[in-house]
Design a protein around this ligand. Structure first.
Ligand code: UT7
Length: 330
């Protein structure tokens, strides 16, 4: 037992909507084909939150409820909820506020954290710091996005990639060295012009012109983002493993952001991990932005063992990227 408090993940919950958007259905919307999508991205289908009046919070609430049930605690025990997202229900109030209310988390405060596809990693490090400070005992960290709200389904270069989903983890103090051990987080605002949403913020508020020009959708220069993602996600994962004196044999799992199978393969190769140690669910969910990493943990939960060293890695809009090392605690 050490005196240092670490932030251990003690439960996971996830949620994906029922509606399956297949490659075959996309073939009817844009000039694309199943073979191109599968070979260039690894995606076969993604989930879409259909129905009016439903936002990102409507996926987060069931994900957190599953987590609470598993841990056997009530929402009123939560101290803080951090929501990594770029598709909040509204510009304000924060989705964290909305989620606290819907859950009945009456003793919690919270906030949204916008770091695009790195949203979960940024939020996890932030949440871990709250636990490590000793001031908070139960922090829920969420990664969730309703990407279908900002995808242009006439743009074949983006609509094939993204899907909707939410994942959440509970962080609690641990004195035995389990939990979040180390993190390298980076950002480069100089890359923002390659991947962003042009309007809807204070710089360019919504107008008839912005709607007509389709500026409330994702704008992505795929090749430029791909180039940076392949290099930076691999570099930071390699650096993290090195500085913790670990080798490939010491790593049980790589949990990569699910943007493109080719980016994931490059990262796994760089740190010398075989495919069977790499979590991959991009074929079923596509790129759920901040949702990908916690959704992987949720899908793989019963394969994780206490003491496993797990590397989480992400790259996304901003640019933002990073890697986090955790020791699985249950
Ligand atoms: O998660 C946040 C960070 N985002 C990422 O990490 C995404 C990174 N980028 C990518 O994953 C890839 O760049 C894409 C999947 C977006 C695109 O793949 P690519 O291999 O970079 O394709 P490309 O843009 O170089 O296009 C190759 C060809 C082009 O045709 P020509 O000019 O060679 O005739 C495109 O017009 O593929 C064409 N193309 C398509 N064809 C069929 C582009 N999109 C499609 C499509 N179906 N959906």
């Amino acid at each position: 037992m050490s005196s240092k408090i670490s932030a251990a993940i003690t439960a996971i919950g996830g949620y994906v909507p029922d509606y399956v958007l297949s490659n075959a259905e996309l073939e009817k919307l844009v000039d694309t084909n199943d073979e191109w999508i599968r070979t260039r991205t690894g995606i076969s289908e993604r989930r879409i939150l259909k129905g009016a009046g439903l936002g990102t919070s409507d996926m987060i609430v069931p994900a957190v409820e599953r987590l609470l049930k598993k841990r056997g605690i009530g929402a009123e025990e939560i101290d803080c909820i951090i929501v990594g997202t770029v598709t909040p229900d509204m510009v304000f109030p924060s989705t964290a506020n909305i989620v606290c209310h819907k859950l009945g988390a009456v003793n919690a405060w919270g906030f949204d954290l916008a770091a695009a596809c790195s949203g979960f990693l940024y939020s996890l490090t932030t949440g871990a710091s709250l636990i490590e400070s000793g001031r908070y005992k139960k922090v829920v960290v969420v990664g969730a996005d309703k990407m279908s709200a900002i995808v242009d389904y006439s743009d074949r270069t983006t609509c094939i990639i993204f899907g909707d989903g939410a994942g959440a983890v509970l962080l609690e103090p641990n004195n035995n060295g389990y939990g979040v051990l180390d993190s390298i987080l980076r950002s480069d605002g100089g890359g923002g012009h390659h991947l962003h949403m042009k309007a809807g913020g204070s710089l360019k508020p919504a107008s008839i012109e912005s709607v007509t020009n389709k500026e409330h959708f994702i704008y992505q220069e795929g090749q430029a983002v791909f180039k940076h993602a392949v290099r930076d996600m691999a570099d930071v994962s390699f650096e993290l493993i090195q500085r913790n004196n670990l080798g490939a044999d010491d790593i049980a799992w790589l949990v990569p952001h699910q943007a493109n199978k080719r980016i994931i393969d490059a990262t796994a190769n760089r740190i010398g991990l075989p495919a069977e140690k790499v979590m991959l669910n991009i074929q079923r969910y596509g790129n759920t932005t901040a949702g990908t990493i916690p959704l992987c943990l949720w899908d793989w939960e019963d394969k994780l063992n206490k003491g496993d060293n797990i590397v989480l890695a992400a790259f996304g809009g901003g640019f933002t990227w990073g890697a986090t090392l955790i020791k699985w605690g249950y």
